[in-house]
Design a protein around this ligand. Structure first.
Ligand SMILES: Nc1ncnc2c1ncn2[C@@H]1O[C@H](COP(=O)(O)OP(=O)(O)OP(=O)(O)O)[C@@H](O)[C@H]1O
Ligand SMILES: [Mg+2]
Length: 250
């Protein structure tokens, strides 16, 4: 359902600081697959997500989603079918808006239509139901500003917002990196539950090798702008963290 075909990304093209970030990168993701992406700092992982979500454009190559060529669609045009959770908890939510306003924004983006006033109560119940999945009590704080929430709470809210938009593809970029170990486990567990239960096509970048082995269907290891190694579910189940660490410089 997602296909990257010979993607090349070059930054500062034509200058003396020209750099090839992604080089003839090709891979395919099937409907409902949960892909883990590993790779050292600067390997091009976040760039890959920017290419898929339309925040950056490749110099050559094609991106197909459900056989539709979206290579030159802007990120706004892809927003209804691609949702992203970023490493920085502050990026995914708007702090000067309430939890409810943030959720409303995410929901509208997914639905591509505006709400009418009479839907308010129904909508609020829907938000509460989604937030209660987190078990953080956020469902009772709908009218509070997001600025009042901790980093972990904000990241969990970002996750719920991105999933709520009902997008075809979910991109998780080091989603748990800014969270304390307990919160990281909780957010990861919730994400996995939703992704697997809903069979959501998901790509997750992580530096957490325990998560890489515990979750997902397949591992892609990115290095020097290319896929250096791929591990199937079976290979993933057999490999140890020590061996995985050896497989790339992380
Ligand atoms: N806008 C930009 N301008 C110049 N260089 C960039 C830009 N965006 C990314 N790069 C460079 O591209 C390379 C890949 O960056 P990217 O953010 O994709 O790495 P990453 O694999 O996500 O790393 P990390 O694990 O540290 O997040 C890096 O060398 C980075 O400096
Ligand atoms: Mg990155």
């Amino acid at each position: 359902m997602l296909k990257l075909d010979n993607i090349n990304v070059t930054l500062n093209q034509g200058t003396n600081i020209e750099r090839n970030i992604l080089k003839d990168l090709s891979f395919e993701v099937s409907e409902g697959e949960f892909i883990i992406i590993l790779g050292g700092n600067g390997a091009g992982k976040s760039t890959l997500f920017n290419i898929i979500s339309g925040f950056m454009q490749p110099v050559s190559g094609n991106i197909l989603i459900d056989k539709e060529n979206v290579t030159f669609k802007k990120h706004i045009q892809r927003a209804s079918f691609i949702a992203k959770v970023m490493q920085d908890p502050k990026v995914g939510t708007m702090e000067n808006m309430t939890i409810e306003e943030n959720m409303s924004f995410a929901y509208k983006r997914g639905q591509k239509r505006l709400f009418s006033q009479h839907l308010t109560l129904k909508r609020r119940a829907f938000y509460k139901e989604k937030l209660s999945i987190l078990g953080m009590g956020l469902e009772n704080r709908l009218e509070e500003l997001v600025a009042n929430l901790s980093g972990g709470q904000r990241q969990a809210l970002s996750l719920i917002m991105s999933i709520m938009a009902d997008s075809k593809i979910l991109l998780l970029d080091e989603m748990t990196a800014a969270l304390d170990p307990k919160m990281a486990e909780k957010v990861m567990h919730i994400a996995n539950k939703i992704v697997t239960e809903e069979k959501r096509t998901t790509l997750m970048i992580t530096h957490n090798l325990t998560h890489a082995l515990e979750y997902g269907d397949r591992i892609l290891i990115l290095g020097d702008g290319k896929i250096q190694k791929e591990l199937s579910k079976d290979e993933k189940n057999k490999i140890t963290i020590k061996e995985l660490t050896k497989a790339f410089n992380c």
